[in-house]
Each structure stands twice: as C-alpha cells, then as structure tokens.
Design a binder for this molecule. Sequence first.
Ligand code: NAD
Length: 462
Amino acid sequence: MQTSETQVAELVRKILEEMQVSPPSEAIDGIFATIDDAVEAAVAAQKALLALTLEKRGEIIELIRARVLDSNERLSRLAVSETHLGRVEDKIRENILCCKKTPGIEDIRPLALSGDNGMMLLEYAPVGVIGALTPITNPTGTFINNTISMVAAGNAVVFNCHPSAKETSKQMLLLLHQAIVDAGGPPGLVGMVAEPTLDSANALVSHPKINMLVATGGKAVVDVVLRSGKKAIGAGAGNPPCLVDETANLRRAANCIVNGASVNNNIFCICEKEVIVVQEVADVLTKFMEETGRAYQLSPEEAQKVTDLVVVDGHINGKYIGRDVQVILKDAGIIVNDACRLAFFHAEKDHPLVWIEQMMPILPMVTVKTVQEGIRFGVEVEKGNRHTAIMHSTNIDNLTAFARAVQTTIFVKNAPCYAGIGLGGEGHTSFTIAGPTGEGLTSARTFTRQRRCVLAESFRII
Ligand code: NAD
C-alpha cells in the first residue's frame, strides 16, 4: 500500500502528540536560529523516524542519494567558490562517491546466533541525536556521508559547520532536509544554525540532549569533543607518508602519486603529503612523475621560493591551502601550463612541508638509503595520527613491515591514496575517518549502540 505525504505527516503529528513532544512551531527547513531550536526539533524528529518503518528509512536514504546527484554540480561549484579550496571536478567525484558508496540501512543488519542454549539477537539501535562538527575542506562530502550514515542508523543530526563554509553547508542541508521530508521523513531530522560559530559549536558540544558527538577536523576540535564527557568520535588530521621502495613498479607509482597528491588540490586528509623514496630509484621515479605531464619538478631555488611563500612562522599560509598549483607557483614567479596539477621537489628530512599537513598541491620528496630507513622515517612523519599511509612496492615483506610499523587506519598498497576510501578501491567510503578514537571508516553501524536479546533453550529449527 502506498502511503501519501499527508498520511505520513498526520502519523508523525499523532506520534509527537502521544509522546507529548510539541512539533516545531513554524514550518522548518532544517535551518534554525539557535542550537537549542535545532536540537529540540531533532529530538522530536528522531522519535518520529523510529515510528516509521525500516523500509521507509531506506527510501529516505535513496532519495537523499538521488537528490544530491541531481544537484551535484551546483553544490560542487558553490563549495569551491565559497571556500576557495579544491577543484570542481574533484568535488563532483567526491559527492558521487559519498552518494554511491556510503552504506545505508543494510549496514545495521542484525546478527542472530543460535546454539545449545537457544538464540541470541544483536541489534544496532540508534544513539539518538548526534552533534556533528564538519570541516571546511569537505562541506558537501561530509554532510552527505554523515547524513546517510547517521540517518540510516535511525538518528537525527545537528551539524555545526566551519563558519567559512556556511553558505555551501546551508544549501547542502536544505537539499538533504527536503529529500528527507519528500520521502516521508520527519522535518528537523537534519539541522544546523543559520550562523555557525565557535560559540554555536560549543553550545552543540555541551547540549544535554546531544547523545553523541562527531568531530571531523583538526586536533583542536577532536580534543574538544573528547573532553565533552559524552560518547565522542574523533576524525582528526593526517600527514600521510607515501613510501616507494626499489621493487616498486615505478611508472605506476609515479602515476598514482601524481593523481593522489593532486586530487582536490591535496585537501583530502588522506592525500599523499610527502613521498619517501629509496635512493636507488629516486631519479627514475622523478622522471616518470614529470613524464605524466601533470607534475612539475621545482628546482632547489624554486622550491625555496615556494616554501617561503607557503610556510610562515612554521605554519601553513592559509591563503594557499587548496589552491590550484598555477595560483601558488605564479606568486613565486613560476609559470606552469594548465595541464599541471602538482609541483614536487627533493627535500631534506627536516623540511617543514614534510612535517606539516600542507593541504596544497606542493609535494616534498625525501630520499632514503634503504627501505628500512624509509619505514622508520614514514612512521615518524605520520606522527602517530593513525590516519593514512601509502606504499608502492612489489615486495610483500616490505609492504607488511611498513603496514605493521605505521599503524594507520588506512594503508594503501600500489594505488593512489583515494583507493583507501573506496574510489578505485574496494570497500565503502567515509569522509569521517576516525583514527584517534578507533572506529575507522565510519558508517551507519558506527552511530549505533548495540542491544542484545536472548531467548533460552528454544527457537532453533535444527
Ligand atoms: P578545523 O579543525 O579547523 O575545523 C573543523 C570543525 O571544527 C569546524 O566546523 C570548526 O568550526 C570546528 N572547530 C575548530 N576548532 C574548534 C574548537 N576549538 N571548538 C569547537 N569547534 C571547533 O579543520 P578544517 O580546517 O575545517 O579541516 C581540515 C582538517 O580536518 C585537516 O586537519 C584534515 O586532515 C582534517 N580532516 C580529517 C578528516 C578525517 O576523516 N579524519 C576528514 C576531513 C578533514
């Protein structure tokens, strides 16, 4: 039987009435004046969502995917024009990835076990209302990915986006909200404030009706949610090393590095942030990278000029984060053609760009004598972020040794970094990669609490 929108709205109203929860006073579109308003609406909406069938929840997720894909180009352009970070064509790919490879309700399929003592059922229950803090680097991808995961798990979510990605986030939120309502879901299930600030972030973090916090961003915001006293998931910064040993397929490695380190102008947290190459193959790797026609090798003098421009007092000059390589190099007096996506240079081990997460298409390459030295150095520059590492090698022992030593959440072998989030690699995608708190590539199941039910002695059919 088909349920009309009016019937669903009536059902939601009745449920709220029975629960003595007052529906939001005005028609809402998901954008609220205060965190308190957004959270109150989310509490009511989450209860209403639970009263709907799982099938309906699945339909909501499917309509979210379809609507985002329809508006992908507009949102991608808006994100780049507002934040000045990344590349439109890569944002489009990012959003497609999030729509297609973020798991939906299938991720919370229950587990049933039976044995001599009867049956056990494990179900993944929602946590309630989630507060999600999102980064400037992926205002669209994080919203899409978090919404699908959190709603599929039966939760409501209130976002606090980076203030400098406010307009994109609002447009994204409006679209997600409308898709939910049009699919027969409750209004207010996703929400944000019209003016996100650090104060609104703190109001969200400390709100008593927020059941779980999710921070996607740098160390500071991860620390804030971890100190909150609530259940918190921290998806923090990375500085992914990319190690190339003497056994690697160097042509392939060169291609992968250029593609990975330049994707979205290197603003993804997973992007190759420094290459570590064994001396004996450094020249060939360099040559092959140049031969891609998409990477420019900076001379030592040019590398110094670029470094002086992009590193100020030991910090990255925000003006250059996520910008096209042409824009950055032009300010250093270097002109490269339009096909170029990346600049790289040979660096000493102590070069600041080896250690700082640069998030721009300027890639240092450090030479080491042996793969063992490379592994040790890779572990050091990863700095315990537990984020991502990449290695190009055909020696299984070397690959295993680095993977074991570096202890990252994502370890990519012989592919660009983004294979690790499902783009040209197996597995689902996530734009909230929880290294610090250990949930890994988050999905619907991450945003649940487990409940067990046992039935003793009976119910088996064998
Ligand atoms: P950021 O840490 O500056 O901001 C992230 C969010 O946290 C924003 O909404 C911001 O307003 C908020 N925030 C920052 N400091 C806060 C504080 N003290 N109190 C409350 N809220 C605070 O990060 P960014 O520049 O927006 O994004 C880039 C960073 O995010 C990079 O370090 C990148 O590696 C990381 N990142 C990680 C992942 C992941 O999945 N692990 C994904 C994307 C980005």
